[in-house]
Design a binder for this molecule. Structure first.
Ligand code: AMP
Length: 272
């Protein structure tokens, strides 16, 4: 892959990269379509990265279907799919990680303390291997997008990071590979994340500015579904990810809720 990328660069071709963990859905494909428009060569990576899963998380159970993924990638014009294996990415003796100081502390980092170290490390490796001019990430994983933007700035990668809007099911549920694990009777609880976010947006439009009040209402809504267990609900500054008490400037509401087996995350802009 690295040799191939080097050859493409020497030929003066631009490269767009869309990193994924596979089990592709329309959300991934929308990122790929954006990448397709923005560069001469479109590379997608499919790799379930073990260093971002803690023991007891769903690394083994993460859904995988390479043949289906390859057909879907082809259908949106991906030129190259990079599918490394663990020995290639983390050979014996591997010991260099990328760790951000502050951004990973809150939100998902609280219940997944090693997650962003794994993400930043694997994305840095993918950037060095694929040498893209641009890379496309989903707003669905908002904290991840902010972490990657920061890493690219801090480590001078010189890659344009493009954020792409969240693609949703018809009922509002954000698409996710992990939705495959939802039982039909858990669907209302899964949908409550979207409903809570929309309700919060409506409250801000209606003049409510107190984060605490908006979060409490979201909590009430989600907790009314027995299948839902809230991990966190937060309203944060979209750049620093620090909690905001008063919504007097653009803010991001983010939440994580366990519904049955999967832990679902979602987020939306408030007050723009
Ligand atoms: P994943 O395979 O879950 O690691 O996701 C790979 C990329 O797709 C990440 O940049 C995600 O943010 C993005 N992504 C996942 N789900 C969605 C979605 N529903 N809408 C937009 N982007 C998404």
């Amino acid at each position: 892959m690295q040799a191939c990328a080097g050859q493409l660069k020497r030929e003066g071709r631009t490269i767009a990269l869309v990193p994924t963990m596979g089990f592709l859905h329309e959300g991934h494909l929308s990122l790929m379509r954006t990448g397709r428009e923005r560069a001469d060569t479109l590379v997608a990576s499919i790799y379930v990265n073990p260093t971002q899963f803690a023991p007891g998380e769903d690394f083994e159970a993460y859904p995988r279907d390479m043949q289906r993924d390859l057909a879907m990638a082809r259908s949106v014009g991906v030129d190259l799919v990079f599918t490394p294996d663990d020995d290639m990415m983390y050979p014996l003796g591997f010991q260099t990680y990328v760790r951000l100081e502050k951004l990973p502390r809150g939100l998902c980092g609280r219940s997944r303390p090693i997650f962003f170290r794994g993400v930043a490390t694997v994305v840095a490796k993918l950037f060095n291997i694929v040498q893209p001019d641009i890379a496309v990430f989903g707003e669905k994983d908002f904290q991840q997008l902010v972490v990657i933007r920061r890493m690219v700035k801090d480590l001078d990668f010189g890659i344009e990071i493009v954020g792409s809007p969240t693609v949703r099911e018809e009922d509002g549920l954000a698409m996710s590979s992990r939705n495959a694990y939802l039982e039909p009777d858990q669907r209302p609880a899964a949908r409550s994340l979207y409903e809570a976010l929309r309700q919060s947006q409506a409250m801000v439009r209606g003049g409510e500015r107190r984060a605490e009040v908006i979060i409490a209402a979201a909590e009430r809504h989600i907790a009314s579904f027995e299948a839902a267990t809230i991990d966190y609900i937060a309203i944060v500054d979209p750049d620093t990810l620090e909690d905001m008490a008063v919504i007097n400037r653009p803010a991001r509401m983010a939440l994580a809720v366990k519904v049955g087996a999967p832990r679902l995350i979602d987020n939306m802009a408030l007050g723009q």
